[in-house]
Design a protein around this ligand. Sequence first.
Ligand SMILES: Nc1ncnc2c1ncn2[C@@H]1O[C@H](COP(=O)(O)OP(=O)(O)OP(=O)(O)O)[C@@H](O)[C@H]1O
Length: 224
Amino acid sequence: MIELNNVAYGYNGNTLFSQLSLALDPGSFHFLTGPSGAGKTTLLRLCYADLRAQSGQVSLFGQDAATLNRDAVAIARRRIGVVHQDCQFLDHLSIAENIALPLTVSNRGDETMDNLKELLSWVGLEHQANQLPAELSGGERQRAALARAVITSPDVIIADEPTGNVDWEMSQRLLMLLVELNRMGKAVLIATHDLHMIRSLKSDVSARVLRLKDQQLVQAGADL
Ligand SMILES: Nc1ncnc2c1ncn2[C@@H]1O[C@H](COP(=O)(O)OP(=O)(O)OP(=O)(O)O)[C@@H](O)[C@H]1O
């Protein structure tokens, strides 16, 4: 569904990686690890066409991302649920409205109520639905960001440190939501530093663990 072939990217002349390839196929589950600053967020942004590859090719659902105009990218992005590291909510909308926004903007508002109730309960935010983002804790905002990313039942879910601010029990609960979606055939890509969390999931899902380091993307070893 999303494929990177020999992709290079860097900032201000500093190469972060080159010749990087990755395929997010239906039903695949990938963890992306690596030191801070290695380029994990950058790699995720390339996957959802928030950045354009400086060389190589990114393909979104069979189309070369470099040839897509803004509207076509927006259409492709509707099939991708993204959990940003900094959550990115609209401050003047309630948490429930923020979570439902991807449905509202794709004219699927009629699906909202059922999905919303179920998701709010899954992420434990039933009682915060009408609060503004600024009134929530960091962990609560992160839970809401995950709910917003999956409310449209997207084909691909890309999450940047989705459990960084939540306690262990809640992080397991959020991850099980992603495992369930993966079992339904969704491709999941999670960037995380949390090796403990990766280990905990290994028996529930057949995941590839990739490590980005020294400009290379390699399969993580048994030392994980
Ligand atoms: N817009 C930008 N302009 C210039 N440099 C940038 C920009 N975005 C990221 N960088 C740099 O690129 C490098 C990789 O950043 P990135 O956020 O992709 O790393 P990361 O592996 O996700 O880090 P972390 O684990 O700390 O979140 C960092 O050195 C960062 O400072």
